[in-house]
Design a protein around this ligand. Structure first.
Ligand SMILES: [Zn+2]
Ligand SMILES: [Zn+2]
Length: 105
């Protein structure tokens, strides 16, 4: 774990880039520190809650990480337990998975 970037370091890198496009920033964050364990699920497909990339397909049983993810809005015991294991890398620029969904804007 020691080779992972610190949050401060990541923030500095992002500041240096001077990007204003949130989606671009999120894409870069995921490429630097990996996708978040906080994910959205839709019809068996899992998407990174940060960048929106599709990460897995639970229907085809090809998504080994499925038991370890926190599904946004799910609020079950498994998701809450997994959330307690999430690091800043998972939470950085991600929505709070247990917060009521608000209107965009
Ligand atoms: Zn991602
Ligand atoms: Zn759940």
């Amino acid at each position: 774990m020691s080779d992972l970037m610190e949050q401060e370091e990541l923030q500095k890198k992002l500041d240096l880039l001077g990007l204003t496009d949130d989606q671009k920033i999120k894409d870069i964050v995921c490429s630097l520190i990996g996708h978040s364990k906080i994910q959205t699920a839709c019809f068996g497909y899992f998407y990174c809650a940060r960048c929106g990339d599709q990460l897995g397909d639970a229907l085809a049983s090809t998504y080994e990480d499925a038991p370890n993810v926190v599904i946004v809005g799910h609020k079950c015991d498994v998701c809450e337990a997994n959330y307690s294991k999430c690091t800043w890398q998972d939470k950085f620029m991600c929505p709070n998975p247990f917060e009521e969904r608000k209107e965009k804007g």
